[in-house]
Design a protein around this ligand. Structure first.
Ligand code: ZN
Length: 179
């Protein structure tokens, strides 16, 4: 990776990012089995938009549309910020991407229990998908793995930000202004 690919992260930005991260993780842990207000509303909105969109192309793939819809916006943002060299905005997008995995895992874990209230009022996505894949009895194991990967992904991004900040500590401000 080129040193100047990303714009410099200042100590203040790093501190702000750390503070935001601490609040975010506290919210995540506090709502471990629940729902983060605001963020998961956005996830839900994108989820519900994803079904009919994918459904336009294939009725068979429609159950996957919600999950894809949830993931496509953080990915699009991450790509955009990556191209602009905005390290912290990129990191926040990737964290949002992996936070979605926790949200998806929560839905997966409900595949047999069928206890979550379903906004769309239709079928339970993961009950449908896991039944199709013949893995319904393993819903909790799969959900556990997805949740673990979500946390791991977020942890790796945070480590990357820390590494960028450490690397940037002596870097002059004048280099790599991308705007
Ligand atoms: Zn759905």
């Amino acid at each position: 990776m080129e040193d100047c690919r990303w714009e410099k992260i200042t100590g203040w930005q790093l501190a702000g990012f750390g503070l935001g991260l601490a609040v975010f993780v506290a919210l995540l842990l506090a709502s471990e089995s629940g729902f983060i207000f605001g963020l998961d509303h956005a996830n839900l909105l994108f989820h519900e938009a994803g079904h009919p969109f994918i459904g336009l192309f294939s009725a068979r793939l429609e159950p996957y549309g919600g999950t894809l819809g949830q993931l496509v916006f953080p990915v699009a943002l991450a790509v955009s910020f990556w191209r602009q060299g905005r390290a912290l905005a990129f990191a926040a997008s990737v964290i949002w991407f992996f936070e979605n995995w926790l949200n998806i895992a929560r839905y997966m874990a409900d595949a047999r229990a069928l206890e979550l209230p379903l906004v769309g009022g239709g079928d339970h996505d993961w009950n449908t998908i896991f039944t199709r894949w013949n893995v319904l009895p393993y819903d909790l194991n799969i959900a556990g793995t997805v949740k673990f990967l979500g946390w791991t992904g977020m942890a790796l991004v945070v480590l990357w930000v820390g590494w960028c900040g450490w690397r940037d500590r002596k870097r002059p401000d004048s280099i790599a202004q991308f705007d």
